[in-house]
Design a protein around this ligand. Structure first.
Ligand code: NAD
Length: 499
């Protein structure tokens, strides 16, 4: 059994609270490590040290900071297999998917190599007689990142790379279920040249999160996780005068129009619905075919595809499509929701509950399930299941499908599959969801765009990564300057002779 640590001032430091959380291997159900849960005192100490370290880091010119990101990017590439293995071992996702997790984080590091260009200020020459205005973007100081279990590399990288390249120090509080990748990333950042103390990884649970929210030195909080916690953190952070961007849960709908290529739509739905066991905030969990004929034809294509999916541990070979879910509680919750769907009259066309993984009987495996004839009043529609369950809600018309999507309280991602540009354009324009895919099921924007949902999927007004991140992690100072005349008038212009 390994005891994990925190990462403070450039080294791994054991916790001293005496409290630990078990880090499970979701494929076997065994405890593989214990992660220390920090106390308020440990957090306050880490923040105080970070505040000291931040002064020198903020004074380091932006280009030198960007060079740390360049080396960090190179090191992530060099260690990508090792990082993916760390992700898979604690999360359970397949290795190719774990590599994608690292890769989508690395892409944000790559954008941060250009941070100096993003940090440039603005200038107005002669805004009044003899008056110039200029603005500069300055770091906030110490900021915090609080991240979920489902992307153990990507989301910590989305937080740390922009925050650090803007000249801040960061307290990173990763998910207690998958902490090892963040600890390793912190080591790689040190190797890349980040001064000690500028990134502190403090492990813990609600206690340490509350300590972050109450610490007066912490200026901003970037959170990703479930909606109730996002809303709680947003409220408490704002109440304590902090800047906060808190990204929450999702229920992503994909509309399938009668003119769509249904084979392509079915392939897309299977990948987006069941990849990573449905534990993605951009997973498609609701398919909305328009018209009975489309729904029947889609169902016919989906069932064999879903039945063919291969579930297994990440060590199970290249043909494994998805792994176990994260905890026993998650597994039981998902099973309970599937049962509620049956009880409430949905048509369980593929039932994954009977799946057993030979040799991994204690792992948290659930086979893929597919419900047809789901309606908006059912629990399986209302809840974010976060498991390998896809629901089909049949819509009569495009307007009904659009309304269903828009009435849903979540607004992270959505997609439409159609051959008609006009319908696609109308959908993209009208839908009240932050990220839209057109014939594209998981529209996670590239790293130089920006990521964020609407409605109950995000609290705060700026997105994560891309240009918004540089705004979130800096404050603007604007200077209005006037210089009274000096040497030009009344000055002595003759070359002074020696007396
Ligand atoms: P979670 O909300 O349980 O945990 C997220 C973080 O909050 C963890 O670091 C955890 O330690 C902390 N936390 C948990 N309970 C807390 C409490 N009561 N008080 C204070 N802090 C607490 O989320 P999760 O299960 O780790 O992640 C899955 C969720 O994250 C899903 O809802 C998913 O949709 C969402 N998610 C959203 C995005 C996005 O960008 N919108 C991305 C990934 C995941």
């Amino acid at each position: 059994m390994t005891d994990l640590s925190h990462y403070i001032d450039g080294k791994r430091v054991p916790g001293n609270s005496g409290r630990f959380a078990d880090v499970m291997n979701p494929a076997t159900g065994e405890v593989q490590a214990r992660v220390p849960l920090a106390t308020r005192e440990e957090l306050d100490d880490a923040v105080a040290r970070a505040a000291e370290a931040q002064k020198g880091w903020a004074a380091t010119n932006p280009q030198r900071r960007a060079r740390v990101m360049m080396k960090f990017g190179a090191l992530i590439n060099e260690h990508i297999d090792e990082l993916a293995e760390l992700v898979s071992r604690e999360h359970g996702k397949t290795l190719p998917d774990a590599k994608g997790d690292v890769q989508r984080g690395l892409e944000v590091v790559e954008v941060c190599m250009g941070a100096p260009a993003m940090l440039k200020g603005e200038y107005t020459d002669n805004g009044g007689p003899g008056i110039d205005l200029y603005s500069m973007r300055q770091p906030l100081g110490v900021v915090a990142g609080i991240t979920p279990f489902n992307f153990p590399a990507m989301i910590p990288l989305w937080k740390m790379a922009p925050a650090l390249s803007c000249g801040n120090a960061m307290i990173l509080k990763p998910s207690e279920r998958c902490p090892s990748t963040s600890l390793r990333l912190a080591e790689l950042l040190k190797k890349a040249g980040l001064p000690d103390g500028v990134l502190q990884v403090v492990n813990g649970d609600k206690d340490v999160v509350d300590a972050i929210l109450d610490n007066d030195t912490v200026q901003a909080v970037g959170f990703v996780g479930s909606t109730p916690i996002a809303q709680y953190i947003y409220g408490r952070a704002a109440n304590n005068g902090k800047r906060a961007q808190c990204f929450g849960g999702a229920k992503n709908h994909m509309i399938i129009m009668p003119d769509a290529d249904l084979d392509k739509a079915a392939d897309a739905l299977v990948g987006a619905g069941y990849g990573a066991a449905g534990e993605r905030c951009m997973a498609i969990s609701v398919a909305v075919p328009v018209g009975e004929k489309t729904a029947d034809a889609l169902r016919e294509r989906l069932i064999p595809r879903v039945e063919k999916l291969k579930v297994g541990p990440y060590t199970g070979g290249d043909d494994v499509d998805f792994g176990p879910v994260i905890t026993k509680q998650a597994e039981e919750r998902i099973r309970g929701l599937i049962q509620s769907g049956v009880d409430q009259g949905a048509d369980l066309a593929v039932d994954g509950r009977g799946f057993k993984m030979q040799g991994y009987e204690n792992g948290y495996f659930i086979g893929p399930s597919f419900f047809d004839h789901v309606t908006a009043d059912m629990e399986i529609y209302k809840e974010e299941i976060f498991g390998p369950v896809l629901s089909q809600v049949r819509a009569e018309t495009y307007e009904d499908a659009l309304k269903l999507t828009m009435d849903n309280p979540y607004g992270n991602g959505t997609a439409i599959f159609t051959a008609d540009g006009d319908t696609a354009r109308d959908f993209a324009h009208r839908v009240n969801v932050g990220m839209v895919g057109i014939n594209f099921p998981i529209p996670v924007p590239l790293s130089y765009h920006t990521f964020g949902g609407w409605k109950k999927s995000a609290f705060g007004d700026l997105n994560q990564y891309g240009p918004d991140a540089f705004r979130f992690y800096t404050k603007t100072k604007t200077v209005t300057a006037r210089w009274f005349s000096g040497i030009k008038e009344g000055g002595e212009f003759a070359f002074k002779q020696m007396d």
